[in-house]
Design a binder for this molecule. Structure first.
Ligand code: PLP
Length: 459
């Protein structure tokens, strides 16, 4: 039995190159993070060898004594990490990722062609919330269910709750989905609940992006107001790639969510759970309960307790404060971008991401993404409200979780805003030098030896 280095040089070399890329670049993709060595050890363990279809104590395979112990531990930690009452809530930790978790919920509580409402993708929603274009039903969630998106108020960049309410009353959805992939503000759960109740809909929150911030109580908890909460496990939560579904134990609209959701995951949509992921998730959820994790997500709480304590504890807490934080870093980034004159969707950020509307600067997200990529600054182009094209959208999305994990603080995030600004300036200069107007012409030119700013970018 050989290690990877001896068994497969090609894969070893590719992993080494990717590791080097991750190590050397500024990773600002809002949905990414660096998980811990402990999580990676669990994910790379013998747990991957085992089949365990079913739930703890009710498996279709033998030899699951320890897998049962692991899955129960993971469930317990999930409920504790999100501060939910285990009399009222249960959790399924088997979904393979976020999209399968969402689809499992829909198949659990809806019939084919029942109606759903989620935030439109060009306004910050996710594909799996029923995305379709006027020409095409893109996601399985819009092929098998009838989808009517709600949107942002373009003048404020905030969810247009009034319009959502009006549309819901006309469309009468069976499920309303809260949650987003590119929304920089906290969510008004009581308002969502009111609208869902008016039309007799289930209310689901997909907290994939913000689950780390919810666990650390930095953002409002959706559990008080929603019937179902889904999440990925690899974004701000900092775990392995995976998904979870939390459900109310009491029936909702006459549906026993616990059995409907468990059956939808298996045997409805999946076979054997990925036990190595469940192992990594259990490790991550233990960490998510720690003071260190809370400090990682937010700083504000700590400054307030700093004032109240005696000299010795002041020193101790002051030490804790040196751990840098996701939310305060994101604010530092947002503030500096505003100082540079950028327009941010919604005017700022409450969470881990900012959405920059580049249209007033005379450039698009695709070109800026490319130039920054060449300078080892990784972020993604993103549509902003009012955009016409998803391939050449008007904005970029920038997130703070990954580089906060790497130890950067507010000072460095201010510098990152300066570097992004420089990248935008270079993109504007490059755009002027390109002969054609198509994005392809731009990409070809900036990656060629003729690009006179090539050296400047790699600096
Ligand atoms: N839900 C939201 C809000 C997301 O942002 C994402 C991914 O970015 C997902 C679900 C899907 O997760 P996955 O890529 O694991 O399927």
């Amino acid at each position: 039995d050989y290690g990877l280095g001896e068994a497969d040089h090609e894969v070893r070399a590719i992993i080494d190159k990717e590791k080097d890329r991750q190590f050397k670049s500024l990773e600002l993709i809002a949905s990414e993070n660096f998980t811990s060595r402990a999580v990676m050890e669990a994910v790379g363990s013998c747990l991957t060898n085992k089949y365990s279809e079913g739930l703890p104590g009710k498996r279709y395979y033998g030899g699951n004594e320890y897998i049962d112990e692991l899955e129960i531990l993971c469930q317990e930690r999930a409920l504790t990490a999100f501060h939910v009452d285990r009399e009222k809530w249960g959790v399924n930790v088997q979904p393979l990722s976020g999209s399968p978790a969402n689809f499992a919920v829909y198949t659990a509580i809806l019939k084919p062609h029942d109606r759903i409402m989620g935030l439109d993708l060009p306004h910050g929603g996710h594909l799996s919330h029923g995305f379709m274009t006027p020409k095409r039903r893109v996601s399985g969630t819009s092929i098998y269910f009838e989808s009517m998106p709600y949107r942002l108020d373009e003048s404020t960049g905030l969810i247009d709750y009034d319009m959502l309410e009006k549309t819901a009353n006309l469309f009468r959805p069976k499920l309303i989905i809260a949650g987003a992939s590119a929304y920089p503000r906290d969510i008004d759960y009581p308002r969502f609940r009111k609208i869902a109740d008016e039309v007799g809909a289930f209310l689901m929150m997909d907290m994939a992006h913000i689950s780390g911030l919810v666990a650390a109580s930095v953002l409002a908890s959706p559990f008080e107001f929603c019937d179902i909460v889904t999440t990925t496990t690899h974004k701000s939560l900092r775990g392995p790639r995976g998904g979870m579904i939390f459900f109310k134990k009491d029936p909702v609209h006459g549906v026993d969510l616990e059995s409907a959701i468990n059956n939808a995951v298996f045997p409805g949509l999946q076979g054997g759970p990925h036990n190595h992921t469940i192992g990594g998730l259990a490790v991550c959820l233990k960490h998510a309960q720690s003071q260190e994790f809370k400090n990682y997500q937010n700083q504000v709480q700590y400054f307030s307790s700093l004032i109240r304590i005696d000299a010795r504890r002041f020193l101790m807490i002051a030490h804790v404060c040196t751990i840098v934080q996701v939310v305060s870093n994101c604010r530092a980034l947002a503030n500096r971008l505003i100082e540079h004159g950028y327009k941010l969707v919604s005017g700022g950020s409450d969470n881990h991401l900012v959405l920059v509307d580049l249209r007033p600067s005379g450039i698009d997200g695709a070109r800026v993404e490319k130039i920054l990529d060449m300078a080892s600054i990784t972020l993604n182009k993103n549509s902003v409200p009012g955009d016409k094209s998803a391939l050449v959208p008007g904005g970029i999305r920038i997130g703070s979780p990954a580089m906060t994990t790497r130890g950067l603080g507010e000072k460095e995030f201010t510098l990152i805003a300066d570097l992004i600004h420089e990248g935008v300036q270079i993109s504007l200069e490059a755009k002027k030098l390109v002969s054609g107007t198509k994005l392809q012409d731009f990409m070809k030119f900036v990656t060629s030896a003729e690009f006179p700013l090539g050296e400047k970018v790699s600096e």
